[in-house]
Ligand binder design. Sequence first.
Ligand code: ZN
Length: 185
Amino acid sequence: MINKKKIERLIYELLEAIGENPLREGLKETPHRVAKMYKEIFAGMEENPKEHVKMFNESGQGNELILVKDIPFYSMCEHHLLPFFGTIHIAYIPSRGRIIGLSKIVRIVNCYTKQLQIQERMTREIADFIFSDLETSGAAVFVEAEHLCMTMRGVKSPGAKTKTYSLKGLLSSDQKKKEELYSLL
Ligand code: ZN
């Protein structure tokens, strides 16, 4: 559970620890603002992606590939507590004509992005969920992200993107399906 009171107290102390005066005009409300914001950006902690599973039958849908491109996302790097953000592409092959609504896919993605993450694990977790919990015949997840911990500190490589992907089922084993996917991307 996200403890807003505790976050407020700790942000107050953090401000002191970096040598700031938490009571000065511009900072007075900051602990409260940050606590409120954390509740929102870590909302995935309090959500179960299984609650968003609502499949429906589309009789005409065989085993054609479905691709949802350019889903924007924002997450937080668990090593530095700084944002990483970018786009996610999700592809899957329905099983027995069962498909999932687009808005549900976005909600599932949010469950995994809105928490402390590393990009590689997040990519794999989303792919596992689409493949196993949605009982699809194949799933693929591509993530392209900029990490502020890389671009605003350390090696400082502005605009550098990290790409990760995870392939499951037929989208990993069936060469023809894979080629179809890459031509769509
Ligand atoms: Zn980082």
